[in-house]
Design a binder for this molecule. Structure first.
Ligand code: ZN
Length: 76
């Protein structure tokens, strides 16, 4: 798709690293599928991926995780 941020680049499917900070918890998800703009580098994720990230981050916070690096996995 065309990048809505810079309005010039095209996004390409890629896997990226996403870091979420919630309160005192930092959760790093590796290999998250998304789209990356070839021009400005902005990354986009589908609603399903975003939802899964937030759910997994909240679960980690509930477990009292301070920092965690995990490979992203979603039941699709
Ligand atoms: Zn862009």
């Amino acid at each position: 798709m065309k990048c809505p941020i810079c309005k010039h680049g095209q996004t390409q499917p890629d896997t990226v690293t996403v870091t979420l900070v919630r309160g005192g918890s930092t959760i790093v998800f590796r290999h998250v599928p998304g789209e990356v703009c070839e021009n400005c580098g902005e990354t986009y994720h589908s609603a399903e991926i975003t939802e899964a990230l937030l759910v997994q981050a909240e679960a980690a916070v509930a477990q009292g995780v301070e920092i965690d690096v995990r490979r992203f996995a979603v039941a699709a």
